[in-house]
Write a protein that binds this ligand. Structure first.
Ligand SMILES: [Zn+2]
Length: 80
C-alpha cells in the first residue's frame, strides 16, 4: 500500500491509499479519483514533504515508468 497526498483543481488537499503506483495511475486515468470536499475529478498528486524544515530532505521524484521496482528506489529507468 502506498499513500499519496492529492490535490484537486480547487486546492483541496487530501490523502488516499493505493495498492501501488499503477493503481493510482489507473484510477487517475479513468477519473476514478475525486475530491472528498467538492467531488472534483481534476485530481493530481502533490509533492509529499514529510520532513518540512529538515536539512536536505531526500527528494523523491515521481517514478516515470510505474514499474513496481520504483517503489523500492530501483527504477530501471533511473539506473542509467
Ligand atoms: Zn476539491
Amino acid at each position: 500500500m502506498i499513500r499519496y497526498s492529492l490535490e484537486c483543481a480547487h486546492d483541496h488537499v487530501f490523502e488516499q491509499w493505493f495498492d501501488n503506483m499503477a493503481d493510482y495511475d489507473a484510477k487517475a486515468e479513468t477519473k476514478g479519483l475525486s475530491c472528498p470536499e467538492c467531488g472534483d475529478t481534476q485530481v493530481h498528486k502533490t509533492l509529499m514533504a514529510p520532513n518540512i524544515g529538515g536539512p536536505k530532505a531526500p527528494v523523491q521524484p515521481a517514478a516515470p515508468c510505474g514499474a513496481p521496482a520504483c517503489a523500492s528506489g530501483l527504477c530501471p529507468s533511473m539506473m542509467g
